[in-house]
Design a protein around this ligand. Structure first.
Ligand code: NAD
Ligand code: GLY
Length: 370
């Protein structure tokens, strides 16, 4: 059983470590080592704060009794990843009197991590952020690599900045309280790493479905570490997405269009969440690749089978118009000179960026007539 701590190092101009293991939220010494000054803001959401914020704050204060701590809590859900709540985080930093050596601790899933990271990037032109991810999705993806953002009604993550964390502490014990649907959403991003560049990892995921879905700590720790290693090596080579980092967006142009068009997934609605939308998006990317003659249809079928085995959706939700989805895709950050630039694949483990994709080929795929 892999219950021990693992560390993945992210190389580059602003290097940092990703610590993975149980109990890290209570490791005040390790966490507080990244608070350079006297001010720290804990940003969390309304589900996570009641579970873990006090433990984090107690641990920080036990290690550093001189810290001036404040807490800012968002309502849980993607609907909170807004400029209005970003403003709330900035107000909290101002009320704290945070100076340029302040540290923001982002305790929660990707919504908290992205918004808190963006607030840290902007406050006084940039203070430190330590990511403390508590969803599987944020452990394997959003806490690593420094992309921070909020959504606007026109599209996902359209306002943001690159702002790498000082450190990432993925406390795997927090996954015990994560709802099964959110575990599955995180597994969609884990599957993405196999699909985009690692056929052996894809096979491992085919074999390890049951332990992963059962929440087996060893299997989850292996999946998290392998995903973080894959992401760390790509972002170290291409931190600002000038090239290969775009591959990490396999499924995302389609997925973001679905998320935006349906209205962002929220607490108490049935909209697809981010991981689910990425699952559908990967299938659409694979379907389009086969349609364009880039990849074998059998690989699309294998991807669909794996996602379905993990209980993930593989079709565009009913009621979304293909034309409207295409309209959303035109506002994707990867597009250049008004042309659709998509991450497609040659088959399992071989994603590539395809510039200037013909919209007439995309529409039938969005309509389910791939
Ligand atoms: P999320 O932050 O909304 O968390 C999902 C749900 O789980 C929320 O209701 C949350 O309150 C709850 N939760 C979190 N931790 C919990 C715990 N331990 N126990 C119980 N409940 C818990 O969603 P997410 O899936 O973590 O993140 C999705 C977001 O991440 C999207 O906005 C997406 O755009 C972003 N993202 C960013 C990057 C990046 O590189 N920055 C990469 C991938 C995704
Ligand atoms: N999730 C895509 C990226 O970090 O680049």
């Amino acid at each position: 059983m892999k219950h021990t701590m693992q560390t993945v190092h992210v190389h580059g101009a602003a290097p940092y470590d990703i610590h993975i293991g149980p109990g890290l939220v209570g490791d005040g010494g390790a966490l507080a080592a990244h608070a350079r000054g006297r001010h720290a803001l804990v940003v969390s959401d309304s589900h996570v704060a009641p579970l873990y914020a006090q433990a984090l704050e107690d641990a920080l204060l036990a290690a550093r009794s001189d810290l001036k701590l404040a807490r800012f809590v968002l309502p849980a859900g993607e609907e909170s990843k807004t400029l209005a709540h970003f403003d709330g985080a900035i107000e909290a930093l101002a009320a704290l009197g945070a100076t340029r050596d302040a540290c923001v601790f982002a305790l929660g899933g990707g919504v908290v991590g992205d918004l808190a990271g963006f607030a840290a990037a902007c406050w006084m032109r940039g203070v430190d952020v330590v990511q403390v991810p508590t969803t599987l999705l944020s452990m394997v993806d959003s806490s690593v690599g420094g992309k921070t953002a909020v959504d606007i009604p026109q599209g996902k993550n359209l306002v943001g900045a690159f702002h790498p964390p000082r450190a990432v502490f993925a406390d795997t014990a927090t996954l015990a309280t994560l709802p099964p649907r959110e575990i599955r959403a995180g597994l969609a991003e884990v599957i993405k790493y196999g699909a985009l560049g690692d056929p052996l990892f894809f096979e491992w995921l085919e074999a390890e479905r049951q332990p992963l879905l059962d929440g087996d700590a060893g299997a989850l720790a292996t999946a998290i570490a392998r995903s973080c290693e894959a992401k760390a090596s790509i972002v170290a080579r291409d931190p600002l997405e000038k090239g290969e980092r775009a591959l990490l967006n396999l499924g995302h142009t389609f997925g973001h269009a679905i998320e935006t068009e349906q209205g962002y997934g929220g607490v108490g609605n049935d909209n697809l969440n981010h991981g689910e939308a990425v699952a559908v998006g990967m299938v659409l990317a694979a379907t389009l690749s086969a349609r364009l003659g880039m990849s074998p249809a059998e690989d699309t079928a294998r991807l669909v089978a794996l996602l379905e085995a993990y209980g993930l959706p593989t079709r565009v939700p009913a009621g979304l118009s293909p034309e409207a989805l295409l309209g959303r895709m035109r506002l994707d950050k990867k597009n250049i000179a008004g042309r659709l630039r998509l991450v497609l694949w040659r088959g399992i483990g071989q994603a590539e960026v395809v510039p200037d994709v013909d919209e007439a080929q995309v529409l039938p795929v969005l309509a389910g007539m791939g």
